[in-house]
Design a protein around this ligand. Structure first.
Ligand SMILES: [Zn+2]
Length: 303
Protein backbone atom coordinates (compact mmCIF):
# COMPACT_ATOMS: atom_id res chain seq x y z
CA UNK A 1 0.00 0.00 0.00
CA UNK A 2 1.39 3.35 -0.93
CA UNK A 3 0.17 6.23 1.14
CA UNK A 4 1.30 9.81 1.04
CA UNK A 5 0.80 11.90 4.12
CA UNK A 6 2.96 14.96 4.61
CA UNK A 7 4.23 15.70 8.09
CA UNK A 8 4.42 19.41 8.79
CA UNK A 9 4.86 19.02 12.53
CA UNK A 10 8.47 19.87 13.14
CA UNK A 11 10.26 21.65 15.97
CA UNK A 12 13.43 23.09 14.41
CA UNK A 13 15.08 24.01 17.72
CA UNK A 14 16.96 26.89 16.02
CA UNK A 15 20.28 27.76 17.63
CA UNK A 16 20.60 24.33 19.23
CA UNK A 17 21.76 20.83 18.41
CA UNK A 18 19.33 17.90 18.41
CA UNK A 19 20.82 14.44 18.91
CA UNK A 20 18.68 12.13 16.75
CA UNK A 21 20.61 8.96 17.41
CA UNK A 22 23.98 7.96 18.82
CA UNK A 23 26.42 10.00 16.71
CA UNK A 24 23.78 11.66 14.48
CA UNK A 25 22.97 15.30 15.21
CA UNK A 26 20.70 17.79 13.46
CA UNK A 27 21.16 21.56 13.46
CA UNK A 28 18.47 23.54 11.62
CA UNK A 29 19.47 26.92 10.19
CA UNK A 30 17.11 29.80 10.86
CA UNK A 31 16.24 30.40 7.19
CA UNK A 32 12.57 29.45 7.16
CA UNK A 33 10.49 30.23 4.08
CA UNK A 34 7.95 28.82 1.61
CA UNK A 35 10.63 26.69 -0.08
CA UNK A 36 12.82 25.95 2.98
CA UNK A 37 10.03 25.19 5.50
CA UNK A 38 11.54 25.65 9.02
CA UNK A 39 15.07 26.01 7.61
CA UNK A 40 17.90 23.89 6.22
CA UNK A 41 18.88 20.81 8.20
CA UNK A 42 22.62 20.41 8.69
CA UNK A 43 23.62 16.97 9.97
CA UNK A 44 26.69 16.13 11.98
CA UNK A 45 27.79 12.52 12.23
CA UNK A 46 30.47 10.63 14.12
CA UNK A 47 31.78 10.35 17.65
CA UNK A 48 35.46 11.21 17.43
CA UNK A 49 36.11 11.99 13.80
CA UNK A 50 33.23 14.15 12.58
CA UNK A 51 31.61 14.70 9.21
CA UNK A 52 29.00 17.23 8.22
CA UNK A 53 26.24 16.87 5.65
CA UNK A 54 25.07 20.16 4.11
CA UNK A 55 26.71 23.03 6.02
CA UNK A 56 23.80 25.30 5.04
CA UNK A 57 23.37 28.95 4.08
CA UNK A 58 26.00 31.61 4.69
CA UNK A 59 24.90 32.50 8.21
CA UNK A 60 27.34 33.32 11.03
CA UNK A 61 24.89 32.24 13.78
CA UNK A 62 24.43 28.84 12.12
CA UNK A 63 28.21 28.51 11.78
CA UNK A 64 28.64 29.20 15.51
CA UNK A 65 26.17 26.48 16.45
CA UNK A 66 27.96 24.00 14.15
CA UNK A 67 31.38 24.83 15.64
CA UNK A 68 30.04 24.50 19.20
CA UNK A 69 28.46 21.15 18.35
CA UNK A 70 31.87 19.79 17.32
CA UNK A 71 33.00 20.21 20.97
CA UNK A 72 36.61 20.37 19.87
CA UNK A 73 36.47 17.14 17.84
CA UNK A 74 38.10 17.27 14.39
CA UNK A 75 35.88 17.80 11.35
CA UNK A 76 37.44 15.90 8.45
CA UNK A 77 34.67 15.69 5.84
CA UNK A 78 32.10 18.15 4.46
CA UNK A 79 29.48 16.48 2.27
CA UNK A 80 27.31 18.73 0.09
CA UNK A 81 24.10 17.39 -1.47
CA UNK A 82 23.61 20.10 -4.10
CA UNK A 83 24.37 23.69 -5.01
CA UNK A 84 21.40 25.67 -3.75
CA UNK A 85 22.19 28.68 -1.60
CA UNK A 86 20.44 27.18 1.41
CA UNK A 87 22.74 24.09 1.42
CA UNK A 88 26.28 24.69 0.13
CA UNK A 89 27.60 28.26 0.77
CA UNK A 90 28.88 27.67 4.30
CA UNK A 91 31.17 24.85 3.09
CA UNK A 92 34.11 27.10 2.21
CA UNK A 93 34.04 29.03 5.50
CA UNK A 94 33.78 25.81 7.48
CA UNK A 95 36.68 24.38 5.52
CA UNK A 96 38.88 27.40 6.19
CA UNK A 97 38.22 27.01 9.94
CA UNK A 98 38.62 23.23 10.18
CA UNK A 99 40.69 22.08 7.20
CA UNK A 100 38.03 19.53 6.23
CA UNK A 101 37.78 18.20 2.66
CA UNK A 102 34.67 19.06 0.62
CA UNK A 103 32.86 16.20 -1.16
CA UNK A 104 30.02 16.54 -3.68
CA UNK A 105 28.86 15.23 -7.04
CA UNK A 106 30.20 18.34 -8.77
CA UNK A 107 29.75 22.08 -9.35
CA UNK A 108 26.41 23.57 -10.30
CA UNK A 109 25.08 22.83 -13.78
CA UNK A 110 21.70 22.73 -15.50
CA UNK A 111 20.03 19.44 -16.44
CA UNK A 112 19.81 20.60 -20.06
CA UNK A 113 21.23 23.42 -22.16
CA UNK A 114 19.38 26.72 -22.35
CA UNK A 115 17.07 27.26 -25.32
CA UNK A 116 17.45 30.33 -27.52
CA UNK A 117 16.17 33.34 -25.60
CA UNK A 118 15.55 31.32 -22.42
CA UNK A 119 16.31 33.03 -19.15
CA UNK A 120 17.26 30.68 -16.31
CA UNK A 121 15.00 31.85 -13.46
CA UNK A 122 16.79 29.58 -10.97
CA UNK A 123 20.25 31.12 -11.26
CA UNK A 124 19.67 33.43 -8.30
CA UNK A 125 19.03 30.54 -5.92
CA UNK A 126 22.11 28.61 -7.07
CA UNK A 127 25.60 28.63 -5.59
CA UNK A 128 27.64 29.05 -8.78
CA UNK A 129 30.93 29.53 -6.88
CA UNK A 130 30.86 26.09 -5.31
CA UNK A 131 33.35 23.45 -6.35
CA UNK A 132 34.17 20.33 -4.31
CA UNK A 133 37.69 19.03 -3.58
CA UNK A 134 36.48 15.52 -4.38
CA UNK A 135 33.80 14.73 -6.98
CA UNK A 136 31.87 11.66 -5.88
CA UNK A 137 30.77 8.92 -8.24
CA UNK A 138 27.52 7.00 -7.74
CA UNK A 139 27.98 4.29 -5.12
CA UNK A 140 31.38 5.55 -3.97
CA UNK A 141 32.07 4.87 -0.30
CA UNK A 142 34.01 7.29 1.87
CA UNK A 143 35.49 5.78 5.02
CA UNK A 144 35.80 8.12 7.98
CA UNK A 145 37.05 5.56 10.50
CA UNK A 146 34.01 5.29 12.79
CA UNK A 147 31.52 5.79 9.93
CA UNK A 148 31.13 5.03 6.22
CA UNK A 149 29.18 7.26 3.85
CA UNK A 150 28.05 6.16 0.41
CA UNK A 151 27.22 8.65 -2.35
CA UNK A 152 23.83 8.03 -3.97
CA UNK A 153 23.39 10.15 -7.08
CA UNK A 154 19.84 11.47 -7.18
CA UNK A 155 19.55 14.06 -9.99
CA UNK A 156 16.18 15.69 -10.55
CA UNK A 157 15.86 18.57 -8.05
CA UNK A 158 19.24 19.69 -9.44
CA UNK A 159 21.49 17.90 -11.93
CA UNK A 160 24.20 17.46 -9.28
CA UNK A 161 21.96 16.31 -6.42
CA UNK A 162 23.50 13.57 -4.29
CA UNK A 163 22.05 11.78 -1.26
CA UNK A 164 24.30 10.21 1.35
CA UNK A 165 23.82 6.80 2.95
CA UNK A 166 25.24 6.18 6.42
CA UNK A 167 25.69 2.48 5.81
CA UNK A 168 26.01 1.07 9.35
CA UNK A 169 22.86 2.91 10.38
CA UNK A 170 20.76 2.13 7.27
CA UNK A 171 20.09 5.86 7.21
CA UNK A 172 19.84 7.98 4.08
CA UNK A 173 20.37 11.73 4.14
CA UNK A 174 18.05 12.61 1.27
CA UNK A 175 18.49 16.43 1.20
CA UNK A 176 15.91 17.97 -1.20
CA UNK A 177 15.22 14.81 -3.19
CA UNK A 178 12.75 13.36 -0.69
CA UNK A 179 11.22 15.30 2.19
CA UNK A 180 8.48 14.41 4.65
CA UNK A 181 6.86 17.87 4.74
CA UNK A 182 6.38 18.49 1.00
CA UNK A 183 7.11 17.30 -2.51
CA UNK A 184 10.49 18.26 -3.94
CA UNK A 185 10.69 21.25 -6.28
CA UNK A 186 11.63 20.26 -9.85
CA UNK A 187 12.17 23.24 -12.16
CA UNK A 188 13.85 23.33 -15.58
CA UNK A 189 16.46 23.93 -16.82
CA UNK A 190 18.29 23.06 -13.56
CA UNK A 191 15.89 20.27 -12.64
CA UNK A 192 14.50 17.42 -14.70
CA UNK A 193 11.33 15.40 -14.05
CA UNK A 194 12.49 12.29 -15.90
CA UNK A 195 15.75 12.32 -13.90
CA UNK A 196 13.75 12.85 -10.71
CA UNK A 197 11.51 9.84 -11.38
CA UNK A 198 14.56 7.66 -12.09
CA UNK A 199 16.17 8.86 -8.85
CA UNK A 200 12.98 8.12 -6.93
CA UNK A 201 13.11 4.55 -8.24
CA UNK A 202 16.72 4.27 -7.00
CA UNK A 203 15.49 5.03 -3.47
CA UNK A 204 12.49 2.71 -3.78
CA UNK A 205 14.91 -0.12 -4.67
CA UNK A 206 17.08 0.61 -1.63
CA UNK A 207 16.08 -0.48 1.84
CA UNK A 208 16.99 2.45 4.03
CA UNK A 209 15.33 2.20 7.41
CA UNK A 210 15.61 5.93 8.05
CA UNK A 211 15.43 8.89 5.70
CA UNK A 212 16.59 12.24 7.06
CA UNK A 213 15.77 15.13 4.68
CA UNK A 214 17.35 18.54 4.11
CA UNK A 215 14.23 20.28 5.43
CA UNK A 216 11.70 19.18 8.04
CA UNK A 217 11.32 15.94 9.97
CA UNK A 218 12.38 12.34 9.35
CA UNK A 219 10.42 10.36 6.75
CA UNK A 220 8.37 7.74 8.58
CA UNK A 221 7.87 4.34 6.84
CA UNK A 222 10.20 5.22 3.95
CA UNK A 223 9.11 2.57 1.44
CA UNK A 224 5.41 3.50 1.63
CA UNK A 225 6.24 7.18 1.49
CA UNK A 226 8.47 6.77 -1.58
CA UNK A 227 5.81 4.75 -3.38
CA UNK A 228 3.29 7.43 -2.41
CA UNK A 229 5.53 10.15 -3.88
CA UNK A 230 5.88 8.17 -7.11
CA UNK A 231 2.12 7.76 -7.35
CA UNK A 232 1.56 11.44 -6.58
CA UNK A 233 3.86 12.55 -9.44
CA UNK A 234 2.27 10.11 -11.85
CA UNK A 235 -1.21 11.34 -10.97
CA UNK A 236 -0.08 14.99 -11.38
CA UNK A 237 1.33 14.07 -14.80
CA UNK A 238 -1.95 12.34 -15.67
CA UNK A 239 -3.98 15.39 -14.56
CA UNK A 240 -1.86 17.66 -16.81
CA UNK A 241 -2.24 15.25 -19.72
CA UNK A 242 -6.01 15.06 -19.26
CA UNK A 243 -6.33 18.86 -19.02
CA UNK A 244 -4.48 19.21 -22.32
CA UNK A 245 -6.50 16.46 -24.00
CA UNK A 246 -9.75 18.14 -22.94
CA UNK A 247 -8.80 21.46 -24.55
CA UNK A 248 -7.60 22.68 -27.94
CA UNK A 249 -4.41 24.08 -26.48
CA UNK A 250 -3.32 25.38 -23.09
CA UNK A 251 -0.80 27.79 -21.63
CA UNK A 252 1.01 26.82 -18.40
CA UNK A 253 -0.94 29.50 -16.48
CA UNK A 254 -4.17 27.78 -17.62
CA UNK A 255 -2.87 24.33 -16.75
CA UNK A 256 -1.97 25.30 -13.17
CA UNK A 257 -5.43 26.85 -12.75
CA UNK A 258 -6.94 23.48 -13.66
CA UNK A 259 -4.50 21.17 -11.87
CA UNK A 260 -3.56 22.86 -8.58
CA UNK A 261 -6.09 23.50 -5.83
CA UNK A 262 -5.72 26.49 -3.47
CA UNK A 263 -2.28 27.41 -4.74
CA UNK A 264 -0.35 29.78 -2.44
CA UNK A 265 0.38 32.95 -4.47
CA UNK A 266 4.06 32.83 -3.40
CA UNK A 267 4.40 29.38 -4.97
CA UNK A 268 2.96 30.30 -8.36
CA UNK A 269 6.34 30.50 -10.12
CA UNK A 270 7.42 27.21 -8.53
CA UNK A 271 4.18 25.58 -9.72
CA UNK A 272 4.71 26.96 -13.24
CA UNK A 273 8.24 25.59 -13.41
CA UNK A 274 7.14 22.29 -11.91
CA UNK A 275 4.41 22.03 -14.58
CA UNK A 276 7.03 22.86 -17.22
CA UNK A 277 9.10 19.93 -15.91
CA UNK A 278 6.13 17.59 -16.44
CA UNK A 279 5.48 19.07 -19.91
CA UNK A 280 9.11 18.51 -20.94
CA UNK A 281 8.75 14.89 -19.90
CA UNK A 282 5.39 14.47 -21.68
CA UNK A 283 6.70 16.02 -24.92
CA UNK A 284 9.74 13.73 -24.69
CA UNK A 285 7.44 10.72 -24.27
CA UNK A 286 5.44 11.86 -27.35
CA UNK A 287 2.23 12.24 -25.30
CA UNK A 288 1.74 15.94 -26.14
CA UNK A 289 3.24 18.54 -28.46
CA UNK A 290 3.92 22.24 -28.67
CA UNK A 291 4.21 24.39 -31.77
CA UNK A 292 7.12 26.22 -30.17
CA UNK A 293 10.02 25.15 -27.92
CA UNK A 294 9.06 23.63 -24.57
CA UNK A 295 9.00 26.85 -22.52
CA UNK A 296 6.97 28.72 -19.92
CA UNK A 297 5.23 30.80 -22.60
CA UNK A 298 4.35 28.08 -25.12
CA UNK A 299 0.98 26.48 -25.82
CA UNK A 300 0.58 22.73 -25.38
CA UNK A 301 -1.68 20.43 -27.37
CA UNK A 302 -2.66 16.78 -27.60
CA UNK A 303 -0.86 14.74 -30.25
ZN1 LIG B 1 17.53 22.64 -3.13
Amino acid sequence: MSTLTFNTKFKPNHGNVTELDDGIYRITANNRGPMTFEGTNTYLIGKENMAIIDPGPFDSDHLKVILNALEGRPLSHIFVSHTHKDHSPLAKELQSLTGATIYAEGPHRAARSLQAGENNLLTESSDLDFSPDVELSHGQIIDGGDWQIQAVHTPGHTANHCAFAYLERETLFSADHVMAWSTSFIGPPDGSMSDYMTSLKILIDRDDRHILPGHGPEVIAPKDFLLGLQKHRKSREQAILEAIKANDSLLISEIIGLVYQNLDERLKLAASLSTLAHLEDLVEQGEIKTNDTVSLKSRYQRV
